[in-house]
Write a protein that binds this ligand. Structure first.
Ligand code: GLC
Length: 401
């Protein structure tokens, strides 16, 4: 039972030593990995998560169920912004719809889908209303960690930080986060994106948003709920907007849009490839992403792919010198998403090789938060939950890896 109104909770900690709370996209990944342990636990994980849903539809990126057990997490130098004593004022990518789709595919449990659908849909509606105020089909994040990619170098310029020297990156990021938090103080949620302090129409966030709308349409049809055609329409609209506004035909890559002026941010990270997760992405574009970038040994096809930042970028930090996240190491949730994207776009052989190297990486590095893409040395948190997504890739391959 939690100090938060005596609510009961039950979830997998992302890492017992490093991350003691319930995180939004981590839980969705855990639910998928748990399908290979016990599908009932997948449902328990998401039921606990949607207890965080607010009357306006909002769901926070962290639910602080056992706050008093971990007071160090709430110290000012740790950059979180609270909306309530027990949850943050920050979002994360809506992976939840893909998780519910996978639970339904695995169990056929229509009653579970009907139970979880209302809070899930209301969160998608919140995103459209509050974070797509220019109505272009792309939702915006208003601080870097809302994509889940806290310190990705694609945000450096907007955050006014540099990767040099590496020891300065994290302190500079923290200062810049505090600046954002001061700027948002006292503003309502509708107003926050309007002041254009940090505004990113992020390619990964929007690929996951579009994929979620696709999953909502499929689930609504499968269990006889209203709205399927509308979710489908919104899905295609977001996909079209990604291609129209973020695709750079010359570079063969997708770029995030920064600020109200929507300037393309040309820093090559794995997110430039992320629309591959959408089954309806144009096959010609998918082919270019794979052949020109994903399989490029100077960029992403390293010994243990797929690095979070292309090896060709000056900010690429595979050895974790900056001691902060998403600046070069390989993460299993990225490999998992792109694995399924590769399969659905006809690159089963590349997907197989990616699965094989992911397993090999974990054989060396263990179940860690992320890995050095050159050596597979494990870095960051230990016993990291979503790294167990490898189980899903192993099960899908049906052959020894
Ligand atoms: C780190 C990651 C974020 C994740 C959290 C909990 O902050 O950058 O994406 O949700 O840890 O695992």
């Amino acid at each position: 039972m939690s100090e938060w109104d005596g609510k009961s909770f039950d979830f997998v900690c992302p890492s017992p030593t490093h991350y003691p709370f319930q995180w939004f996209w981590d839980s969705a990944f855990h639910a998928i990995a748990l399908l290979h342990v016990d599908p009932e636990l997948s449902k328990v994980e998401l039921r606990s998560l949607v207890q965080g849903a607010q009357p306006d539809g909002y769901i926070a990126h962290m639910l602080l169920w056992e706050k008093s057990r971990s007071p160090h997490w709430l110290m000012p130098e740790y950059s979180i912004r609270l909306a309530h004593p027990f949850y943050t004022a920050t979002i994360q990518p809506p992976v939840i719809a893909r998780a519910v789709e996978r639970i339904f595919d695995a169990t056929g449990d229509a009653a579970f889908v009907r139970e979880i659908f209302p809070p899930m849909v209301r969160f998608f509606e919140w995103l459209a209303r509050v974070r797509d105020q220019d109505g272009d089909g792309l939702v915006a994040i208003i601080q870097p960690d809302e994509s889940g990619l806290d310190a990705s170098p694609k945000y450096d310029e907007a955050m006014g930080i540099s990767g040099d020297p590496p020891s300065e990156t994290l302190p500079a990021l923290r200062r810049s986060m505090q600046r954002l938090f001061r700027g948002y103080e006292g503003l309502g949620v509708e107003r926050e994106p309007q002041i254009d302090l940090f505004l990113f129409e992020d390619v990964m966030m929007n690929s996951i948003y579009a994929d979620g709308l696709r999953a909502l349409a499929k689930l609504a049809r499968a269990v006889g709920l209203d709205g399927a055609d509308e979710y489908e329409r919104q899905y295609r609209r977001t996909l079209d907007a990604l291609v129209e506004k973020c695709w750079d035909a010359k570079a063969g890559a997708f770029w995030d849009l920064s600020g109200a002026r929507e300037e393309q941010v040309r820093v090559l990270t794995f997110t430039s490839l992320f629309p591959l997760i959408l089954p309806d992405l144009d096959p010609g574009i998918a082919k270019r992403l794979v052949n020109e970038h994903l399989l490029n040994e100077k960029e992403f096809w390293l010994r243990f792919p797929i690095p979070s930042v292309a090896a060709s970028e000056p900010s690429f930090d595979p050895g974790w010198l900056t001691q902060t996240t998403w600046r070069g190491p390989t993460w299993v949730n990225v490999n998992w998403y792109l694995y399924w994207g590769l399969r659905q776009h006809g690159f089963a052989d590349v997907a197989h090789e990616l699965a094989r190297r992911t397993v090999a990486m974990q054989a060396v590095g263990g179940i860690r938060e992320f890995y050095d893409p050159r050596s597979a040395v494990g870095q960051g948190a230990t016993d990291f939950g979503w790294s167990c997504l490898v189980l899903d890739m192993i099960a899908a391959e049906k052959v020894a890896l």
